[in-house]
Design a binder for this molecule. Structure first.
Ligand SMILES: NC(=O)C1=CN([C@@H]2O[C@H](COP(=O)(O)OP(=O)(O)OC[C@H]3O[C@@H](n4cnc5c(N)ncnc54)[C@H](O)[C@@H]3O)[C@@H](O)[C@H]2O)C=CC1
Ligand SMILES: O=C(O)/C=C/C=C(\O)C(=O)O
Length: 484
């Protein structure tokens, strides 16, 4: 059973309530998960507050950062355990998780420990009206107890992306992993314990969202800030629930991301890059491209080439290096994606490839697989063009001019990430400047320098994380001014 990790101990729920954790590859039960609620969140917050006032809050800064690096080393030392837990929870191929999820889990912690080690502090002198001088300097203090509500698509990567800067800045945390993916957050509790992080610094309360552990975190008066990644609608609910205690919020939300493919691109690179940006992690990355716009002279060739790539993706044993395409996270999510496959037909799409459930042998026939899918022919205002599907699917539409491509890219309620493929550098930079998203990739996708701001505009988020933006979110700045 997956228990909570509160005050350095693995504990069940007082209510005894549990829910199932299902393996998406086979539909089989991985194990039961303790369902926490207000009571567990209360206990976790109390433990986090004690650690903040006690051993963690009083620990010398460099000692704290050393411990954070030891947690990262602990992930590396137990790489195979983390990999197995992530694959059991998500079904994603080892080929992906071993290159992305687990290495980034360790790298996130190391990166923020190092950044915090080398922080500069600000100070200013000024002339005063009496001919003297004044000195102001800025102290950086923890925000307090941080609530971390994380999703299921990149569980360890996104959890550590938040934990790293939160703990480096001296906060303590109460984490609620997605109900679909309790595994790596639980293992991380063991690692925190093994390397000697004081009890109460890292707490995990498993549970659901509404009327459960998630909502309890958003309403708890002892929690000062919330970092959340997930659906835009959930972000809106959390914003309302946390308004009463005026918590600081950082939200990374959904996307309906455009890819713009110009006729002067390196064709093979654009096809390979777009195959990744549409189908990686079964399309379950908030940065995935769901709207692909291709300049008319290469439209037919591009559609044919992407179709060939989609049909080449291999499903099966996630531990087999040849497997490049996994299942969706759950039957519920599969039903959601399949409902869009159906809706696209009703909205007049031409289904270039896919559109259903693949025929697989047992045990994969019981998994939550869908076919990689490509549509053409939808109207710009079709629901399938405007709503985030979060599955392995894109719509491809032709364009004729740069202005038209930019207008199409910006015709969205979302604004997270865009990918632009062209060999004309002047065009690349001009288009990048006019696209309304938080991030733009030129001739690449998903390449991440952790120092850069990460987040979206419009319905795609509130605030930025990454590098100093994260350290600023997870700290309170205090100005001290003295007359000299
Ligand atoms: N990274 C992203 O952009 C992600 C987007 N999604 C999108 O969201 C859809 C729904 O998936 P979910 O896992 O249900 O996403 P979600 O946004 O509902 O869940 C993300 C996290 O928020 C928690 N949560 C849900 N409701 C809450 C509430 N009222 N208060 C506090 N916490 C709450 C969940 O338990 C989970 O830990 C997906 O179909 C997908 O379209 C899902 C996961 C990640
Ligand atoms: O930090 C990254 O490299 C990736 C982040 C991805 C998400 O935030 C997401 O899919 O939600």
């Amino acid at each position: 059973m997956f228990k909570h990790f509160i005050n350095g101990e693995f504990v069940p729920s007082t209510s005894g309530r549990t829910f199932d954790n299902i393996n998406p590859v086979t539909g089989e039960l991985v194990g039961k998960v303790a369902e926490g609620g207000e009571e567990e969140v209360d206990r976790a917050v109390a433990a986090a507050q004690r650690a903040l006032e006690g051993p963690w809050g009083t620990m010398p800064r460099l000692e704290r950062l050393d411990l954070l690096e030891k947690v990262a080393e602990g992930i590396e030392a137990r790489f195979d355990d983390f990999l197995a837990a992530e694959i059991a929870d998500t079904g994603k191929p080892k080929r992906f998780a071993s290159k992305v999820d687990i290495p980034r889990g360790a790298a996130n912690l190391k990166f923020f420990a190092n950044l915090a080690r080398n922080l500069e502090s600000q100070s200013y002198t000024m002339d005063t009206s009496d001919g003297g001088k004044a000195l102001s300097y800025v102290l950086r203090e923890p925000v307090g107890v941080v609530g971390v509500i994380s999703p299921w698509n990149l569980p360890l990567l996104l959890l550590t992306w938040k934990l790293g800067p939160a703990l480096a800045m001296g906060n303590t945390v109460v984490v609620k992993p997605s109900e679909e993916t309790p595994g790596t957050a639980t293992l991380l509790g063991e690692v925190f314990d093994e390397v000697g992080v004081p009890p109460g610094v890292y707490n995990v309360v498993n549970g659901l969202g509404p009327n459960s552990a998630g909502e309890a975190i958003t309403r708890h008066p002892g929690i000062s800030a919330i970092t959340f990644t997930g659906e835009s609608r959930t972000g809106q609910i959390i914003q309302k629930a946390s308004a009463e205690s005026l918590k600081s919020l950082s939200f990374e939300l959904g996307g309906k991301n455009p890819a713009l493919i110009f006729a002067d691109c390196d064709f093979d690179a654009a096809v390979a890059g777009t195959t990744r940006s549409v189908f990686a992690n079964c399309g379950q990355v908030c940065l995935c491209s769901e709207r692909v716009y291709v300049e008319r002279p290469i439209f037919d060739d591009f559609v044919a080439a992407l179709k060939e790539k989609a049909e080449d993706l291999k499903m099966g044993d996630p531990f087999d290096e040849a497997t490049g395409f996994g299942p969706l996270i759950s039957e519920e999510h599969r039903q959601k994606v399949l409902s869009y496959y159906e809706l696209a037909r009703e909205e007049g799409a031409t289904v270039v490839t896919g559109g259903g459930i693949p025929e697989l042998d047992a045990p994969y026939s019981n998994g939550f697989y869908v076919e990689p899918t490509i549509w053409t022919g939808l109207a710009d205002d079709a629901r399938c063009m405007r709503e985030e599907v979060f599955g392995p699917v894109c719509h491809i539409r032709p364009f004729d001019t740069d202005d038209e491509a930019i207008a199409l890219a910006n015709d969205s309620d979302y604004g997270l990430a865009a990918a632009i493929w062209t060999q004309n550098l002047e065009r690349a930079h001009k288009v990048a400047a006019r696209v309304e998203t938080g991030m733009v990739w030129l001739n690449t996708w998903f390449l991440r320098d952790l120092r850069t701001p990460f987040g979206g505009v419009k319905l795609s988020g509130v605030g930025r994380e990454g590098g100093m933006h994260s350290l600023d979110f997870y700290s309170e700045l205090k100005t001290v001014c003295t007359k000299l």
